[in-house]
Ligand binder design. Sequence first.
Ligand code: 13P
Length: 250
Amino acid sequence: MSMRSKLMVGNWKMNGSLTANASLVADILAGMPAVHCRAALCVPSVYLAQLQALLTASSIDLGAQDVSPHGSGAFTGEVSADMLHEFGVRYCIVGHSERRQHHAESDELVASKTQRALAAGITPIVCVGESLAEREAGQTEAVVKRQLAAVIHANGHCISEIVVAYEPIWAIGTGLTASPEQAQQVHAVLRAQLQAATAHADRVSILYGGSMNAANAAELLAQPDVDGGLIGGAALKAPDFLSMLKTASR
Ligand code: 13P
């Protein structure tokens, strides 16, 4: 849909080092003159200061991978939304399936994190997605709707300020990409759910994530409700990430 320019987000997950980051970003920045879509990098929190400096004066926005549901205080190990904001963070992934799985994050916790991000002026990238067992049991729509409903319930009219990422768990890091039709079907369900909650659902970017790569990005991005990508492995290789950014620029 023409009113939403594509948004391509690299999720580095727990990868990188000071030297590797500097070289990856330099290689990406060298190709940016040919890129005309929105782009962001979500990096481990210890590297936010480094990336803030590296991305200064570039058109790539800075992103984090998680945020505390608390404002401040005795929460050892956590990073607050205000702290992220202080380091120039524009986007924050919330509710990634790896956090839902390995850190037992509930729909309600994800909703709280979304609220904290929005209150700090950070755009949350709210991840939803079904497991293979859930898909095979015909529960895909019910699962993603339940996950998004918790976030809509907690955020009311602010919901048009979020970004949604549909990431089928069976497609993450597996090389098994959802087909363009499978992705569009779920994205349309999510769009309809947003439309029931806000008059501005057309503004919400709904990203696809899960083994998106330079070879399959074009057909996924051609779907009417696929507004960009949340990219893991392929975002760690500058040529692949740049190729996808260029595809999204067309
Ligand atoms: P991959 O692109 O490595 O499958 O990861 C997708 C993802 O989880 C992005 O958040």
